[in-house]
Design a protein around this ligand. Structure first.
Ligand code: CA2
Length: 159
């Protein structure tokens, strides 16, 4: 029998938004060091993530702060409000036990993202306090990593 191609709205796969948390200096994305971080701005990344989420029947809540405590507060909020968390904690990834502890309390998928390949860079970037409490880690794939993280979280939620 011939298959009929129908175009319908994406079936909702997540009722709660995926939190997309960005840490210090990522508000300057696209404005400095394009050879490392590319030319897309954080607003560009957030806009395309929202569109991708919508196409997949989900939504995102994008938040950025230069302050460690804000990130901890949003991670705590995510315990009840989020379907999953994408986090690029920037330099706090390498220093923050508070963010590690907050993430350890989550029972939802968490994907750590780094735009650059932290293992190809200075040795102080080689350790992340987040990786051990994340479901998975994407690094070195540029801002595409955020979209891949979203797809991984939605696949996890809908399995
Ligand atoms: O590669 C990543 O995504 C990082 O998390 C970015 C952090 C860095 O401290 C981590 O080691 C790796 C730094 C973000 C700095 O953001 C900038 C954005 C635009 C221009 C300059 C810096």
């Amino acid at each position: 029998m011939a298959k009929r191609a129908t175009k319908s709205a994406a079936k909702p796969i997540a009722t709660k938004p995926v939190y997309v948390l960005n840490g210090p200096n990522l508000n300057l994305l696209g404005q400095r060091e394009p050879e490392i971080y590319g030319r897309a701005t954080l607003a560009d990344v957030e806009k395309s993530l929202a569109a991708r989420a919508k196409a997949l029947g989900a939504s995102v809540l994008c938040l950025q702060s230069n302050h460690e405590g804000d990130l901890v507060t949003w991670i705590q909020e995510a315990r009840t409000m989020a379907g999953g968390v994408i986090i690029n904690a920037g330099a706090y990834s390498h220093t923050s036990i508070a963010i590690h502890d907050a993430l350890a309390m989550l029972d939802i998928p968490v994907v750590e993202v780094h735009i650059s390949n932290i293992y190809k860079r200075e040795s102080f970037r080689h350790h992340s306090h987040i990786s051990s409490v994340a479901t998975g880690l994407i690094c070195g794939l540029g801002v595409k990593g955020y979209e891949l993280a979203l797809e991984a979280i939605l696949a996890d939620i809908s399995k």
